[in-house]
Design a binder for this molecule. Structure first.
Ligand code: LIP
Length: 292
């Protein structure tokens, strides 16, 4: 079997999972907290993960499955075997509040490397997908029409990157951690970006790592960084960004490692080594999170 088979199945599963998420978004939510009051999980997160796992198990009985809601049992299973890494709802807080940035995110790794990514936001009607070597695409439409809609290739129209951070639009996340060390470092970096002498143009925060990466692949923001992400937040997105021609790396290494808990992205451009990436890396403060 090749990556296009995995991609085709992942799109079908993401579409069906998206239907479940959309239907549940209109009903009352059953909410539990995980590490703290900002780290939420709902009945829908669990039900959608179970649904996706059942479909994957049926199709690929020998593949390893890693999911956000069953992570404690499985995260150390990222081996060279074919492995699916799933976030049933990325942006659970948005899902709970009705802020329309949440999605299902399905990534697939071979030899520990993400090679397929599918992200579907059923509320905004946007389906993003990519597989290694085959480009990155978006389809837009209603639940009934989206899978058959014509795909638009991402990264085709390359717009030059701003030459300095003062002309750059950045997206980042505060994360669920309530540790003052984490929050101070994150707020200090935003201050550094926005104030003299950097004078960054603006900072956005959409509440979903996966959708932040889709915004990068679309070229809607120039830069994205976050510390504290988990493999299921970034696995699908890293394929979508790379295949669109953007850069994905960790804070301290070029070769992207999904278990590292940090991510930096630059939108597609024709520059091999963008200056704004070097400038951005120079003000990232070390924030420590235990590796996935
Ligand atoms: C969320 C991420 C977000 C991050 C949050 C959380 P969840 O995922 O996508 O970027 O800042 O801490 O991890 O929990 O909604 O799947």
């Amino acid at each position: 079997m090749n990556v296009s088979t995995y991609l085709k199945e992942a799109i079908k599963i993401a579409h069906d999972a998206g239907k479940m998420i959309k239907a549940a978004s209109e009903l009352a939510k059953h909410i539990d907290t995980k590490e703290n009051s900002a780290d939420l999980v709902t009945k829908t997160d669990r039900a959608v993960e179970e649904f996706i796992f059942n479909r994957l198990r049926h199709l690929f009985p020998d593949h390893v499955l890693i999911g956000e809601e069953s992570a404690s049992k499985s995260i150390n299973q990222l081996t060279a075997s074919p492995t699916w890494i799933v976030d049933p709802i990325d942006g659970t807080t948005n899902f709970v509040h009705g802020f329309p940035f949440f999605c299902v995110s399905i990534g697939f790794c071979l030899n520990r490397k993400p090679v397929v990514g599918v992200i579907y936001n059923p509320i905004l009607g946007q389906l993003f997908y990519a597989s290694e070597g085959n480009g990155s695409f978006i389809k837009e439409g209603s639940e009934a029409t989206i899978v058959g809609a014509s795909p638009k290739r991402l990264g085709e129209k390359i717009i030059e990157l701003p030459s300095s951070l003062s002309e750059a639009l950045l997206t980042t996340e505060y994360g669920a951690s309530k540790s003052l060390n984490h929050l101070n470092a994150k707020l200090d970096m935003i201050k550094t970006f926005l104030s003299e002498p950097t004078n960054g143009r603006g900072v956005r925060s959409v509440g979903s790592a996966a959708l932040s990466m889709c915004l990068i692949a679309q070229g809607a923001v120039d830069l994205y960084y976050e510390a504290g992400v988990h493999a299921w937040d970034v696995c699908a997105g890293c394929v979508i960004v790379k295949e669109a021609g953007g850069i994905v790396r960790n804070w301290s290494q070029n070769e992207f490692d999904v278990l590292d808990r940090t991510v930096v992205c630059v939108r597609p451009s024709n520059e091999v080594s963008p200056t704004i990436l070097k400038d951005l890396l120079s003000f990232l403060l070390p924030i420590s999170y235990p590796r996935d």
